[in-house]
Design a protein around this ligand. Structure first.
Ligand code: FES
Length: 133
């Protein structure tokens, strides 16, 4: 079966050089589990990571409800201040230096940001937003 691409939001829903979190749920080994992600947009490019810090597993937007550092050039974990490169997810400073955020496969299809490579848990399986990748 071809991988499904699930629409997360429109590309234009995230301004360039901004990040936004999504609380998704996926099905893995027959079990539904929470799958929080962060999506970074940079022009026409998008980068996605699981919203879980490699240091202690905290959400990056822990408490501050923000993903980017004050310069807007790196992702910041609000818990202990780890900084991550936007394009690679590699930690460049902080307690988990050189570790990586877990990447999420994203594609822009017809102006929508779509996630692939996972099975989303959906209440309505006939959701018309799904497109074949
Ligand atoms: S949990 Fe992210 S820096 Fe400690």
């Amino acid at each position: 079966m071809a991988d499904l691409a699930y629409v997360i939001c429109a590309l234009d829903d995230i301004p360039s050089q901004r990040a936004r979190g999504f609380d998704l749920a996926i099905v893995e080994d027959g079990q539904e589990k929470n799958f929080p992600i962060v999506v970074v947009r940079w022009g026409k490019q998008v980068f996605g990571y699981v919203n879980s810090c490699p240091h202690h597993g905290a959400r990056l937007d822990w408490e501050r409800e923000q993903f980017l550092d004050p310069t807007g050039l790196r992702l910041l974990c609000g818990k202990h201040g780890a900084l991550f490169e936007l394009g690679s997810g590699r930690c460049s400073a902080g307690p988990c230096k050189n570790e990586n955020l877990k990447p999420v496969q994203l594609e822009v299809i017809d102006g929508d940001i779509c996630i692939t490579g996972v099975t989303l848990a959906e209440e309505d399986e006939s959701d018309e937003d799904d497109v074949e990748a």
